[in-house]
Design a protein around this ligand. Sequence first.
Ligand code: GDP
Length: 364
Amino acid sequence: MEHPENEEQYTGLTVNDGVAQPPKVNPYAVRRKRKPMPTAAELVDGILRGDVTMLSRGVTLVESFNPDHQALAQEVIEKCLPHSGRSRRIGITGVPGAGKSTSIDAFGLHVLKDGGKLAVLAIDPSSERTKGSILGDKTRMERLAVHPNAFIRPSPSAGSLGGVARKTRETIVLCEAAGFDNIFVETVGVGQSETAVHSMVDFFLLIQLAGTGDELQGIKRGIMEMADGIVINKADGDNVSRAQLAQAQFRNALHLFPPTASGWVPEVLCYSGYYEIGIAEVWDMIDRYFAFAKANGYFEKRRLEQSRYWMYETIDETLRSRFYNNPDVAALLVDNERRVLDNRLSSFIAARNVLDFYFKQTNK
Ligand code: GDP
């Protein structure tokens, strides 16, 4: 290229040709077209055929916050409901590090040995998928992740516990309609989510570790009381005797609890998820429970009670979200909250102000 600056009168100044700038947009990138949204009938057809892609898309709709998606999801769920209910729903909890993923991998393979299909779902309201959910990260269950008859789905992304749990419960319906006859619902054993899981499973398994002699400390009594089975993981190598000691302590502790509603006496077993010792025994216990609860009618009773629970949960959740998502209410809340914080208004009157406004508005 000619540069006038390179003429003789400007000696001492040379301007070189620059390097051509690369294009800003990667010319090799192909814009992917978004797949069109299937209709409810297409989704239901696919799910009933056991098509995992359609199942995944259905679950994505269930998890969506978009009102159009939610409406479509409800239609799909309703059509799948008559085909649901025929699975064994098993809740699995334990503190982080207890060995849940290792164990689910081992239990899952054991279950799938006899055929059938397994779905592993998770409830972890604290996680956001984009940040790498601690539950549901497929690499944690290496063998199940590549098993053709296993479907692993991470926890729905962060939201209220009730919301996350409801989505998982709806996902169970879709998985059952798709022919999954074993459903594991995993949760971190640290708080509230256990109650939510307990209210959607038939059997609740608590994974524990042998500690330093004070095993029973730090375990929420409520969680232990919910458990239908307590299993002590990592009973391998020189940890076996400590695991057995913990087993005895848990058995003693369970005696102090009131009898369970089912009449079933929760069992305590030792096993090793990693070395796959005692996996069949844990599974036999779960089989025994199902036989027991089906024989005495508790299985059916528990499911009906759960249906009632979810009816009220859904009402609560809907009322709350309608209320808090109302923009006029939001403005009024800010104002009333400020007056409460300034000590100019009592909390009760503030609450009444906002509620009265909301009810008047909705009654119009
Ligand atoms: P999670 O956080 O409850 O899902 O636990 P992980 O399955 O990720 O296991 C936590 C750690 O414990 C990992 O390093 C596992 O390899 C280890 N682990 C899990 N199960 C066993 C077991 O049965 N025996 C031993 N020795 N280690 C185990």
